[in-house]
Design a protein around this ligand. Sequence first.
Ligand code: EPU
Length: 337
Amino acid sequence: MMDIKEYFSLEDYNTFSIDATCRYFVESDVEEDFVDFVKSYELSSDDVLILGGGSNFLFTDDFEGVVFYPRMKGCEVIREDDEHVYVRVGSGELWDDFVAWAVEHGYSGVENLSAIPGHVGATPVQNIGAYGMEAGEVIAQVEAVDIFKGGKVMIGADECHFGYRDSAFKRGWKNRFIVTYVTFCLNKHFTPRLNYGNVKEEVAKLGEVSLANVRKAVITIRESKLPDVKIWPNAGSFFKNPVISRAEADALKKDYPGLPVYEVGEGEAKLAAGWLIEQAGWKGKSLGNAAVHDKQALVLVNRGHATGLEIACLANEIKKAVFMRFGVMLEPEVNII
Ligand code: EPU
């Protein structure tokens, strides 16, 4: 059923807990409601925001437009063969509930993405990733409502142009599609991916290499590094890990041998933004009520009643410091509104 609210506080709808309001808040669990709504108004991409779990937004001001909040539910196996199972999931489901479901049913492909906050609908937009896995690898199809054309669409994975924390939904299609359902193609056979960081060691502590133990290990690692959003409101990684040319990375590595550098594509390398921020002296530091988490410098936290602007100012100081020290420009992963 559709519900429309005016001048609605988003405080409970963004994980930074910023008390910004939006002009209209439109929620529904029925696709046709959104179709009817968008057909009635001529909306441009500046007028709208599509909100899932709110774990990727920083509001620095009230939003004068329409916030769409899809609440589609359900998790249904729609097709399977010897190797794979196709699962259609409502965009309003919690991502981690889906991961728990997949692990319980013995389906592999998302276990390394355990305990990531947010809704299923945001996963194709952000192409969430962690511990050597990305959602884009298992997304088969995305169903959405086209805000500009006013109809339902089916989008194939190849059209989404998934990249590191990136997809067409963040570029040419920004604010165009209200994701309603995502179909994932999971594996019936478990091929563990343990090569990132200390995942292998954590799994070994638990015993056999099983789907359940990989999930447990990832949750343990995340809990040890990342702040609990209920106590310290935050949006996970605030910045993306910067991708620079291999030549620039080699030059930096000469000056800073401890710099973590990962291979990505030809002639490019990805640096650990958390390391750069820590070396620039910002880990654990604060500016007013905004702080850099003391166990993972990539995460900015609201220490209580921080404004969005305070957090944005802290982010800006960090950006400047990292650029002055390393000549590398950090780019926020979080959408700053
Ligand atoms: N590092 C530091 N200091 C820090 C943080 C990290 O020196 O304060 C170093 C670590 O020692 C390690 C390297 O940086 O050598 C990488 O650190 P980590 O494994 O913690 O991962 P990350 O690159 O900082 C990314 C994701 C995380 C994800 C982890 C694990 C991005 C922007 N972030 O962080 O995602 O959990 O890898 O896969 O890609 C999120 O998006 O909210 C998130 C937490």
